[in-house]
Design a protein around this ligand. Sequence first.
Ligand code: AKG
Length: 272
Amino acid sequence: MTAAAPQLETDRLAERIKPDAEFRVSDTKTEAPEVLRQRLADEGYLFVRGLTDLTQLTELRRQILELCREHGWLAPHAPLLDGVYSGIPFPDYSREYMPMYRKLIKLELFNSFARSQELMDLFAQLLQGEVLCHPRTIARVSFPRHYAFTTQPHQDFWYIRGTPETFTAWMPVGACPRELGGLALLERSHKLGFLPHEKAIGAGGNGVRTEKLGLRWLAADFRAGDVVLFHSYMIHGALDNHTPDRLRLSLDYRYQLAKEVVDPSSLKPHYG
Ligand SMILES: O=C(O)CCC(=O)C(=O)O
């Protein structure tokens, strides 16, 4: 049983997402590319198990957790790869989180992993042309029970612009059962078009109110190597990290056809 997140005293959007159903699993090894393309068009996402290289992913986890340890976020006696939080007060965003994050986004493996063969081949197959992987690669560290920081429902097009035919690949760096705060998608919400956003708590600070849309939230327990990719109009948000002491590490990478329009901000590192 997981603890319920408290209702926050805020005038900003602060929904607590509760999944209604599971992601459908797509098998990129056995299902034909046209079947996957059609599913992506119909459902707005593909959830693929075991796509990425586990050795590289584990090495990236180690490197990110080394930085977390350097900044005092890890319990000193727990094994590094367990990602156990030290329990210090949550880092202040600009004074404490950003100095660590600026180091993280310079990690070579964090950037090269976005262009790993498995991801680039899959997107080339889905988009049918030369793929641009956005240089603006993003990572997240989600702290246990830091409910004021949970990413609210939003569409990535709000931030990315350029062509709406841009796709995010979201993946945890290590296993991410849902109590650790994975990603949830609002079923078929990519069909709603681009929606107005309002001020929200959490990463990004903007969101879409979903209670009245009448759509189901989909989620899954991610294993290491699993990836969910989705259209830029797909409404998605994070689940709360309900664990008492674990950090959730994740990546979001973006892909589009190279010949389509791209916003210049996507070509720069995160936060410039
Ligand atoms: O990981 C998160 O908390 C949010 C990720 C997200 O919104 C995205 O990948 O676009």
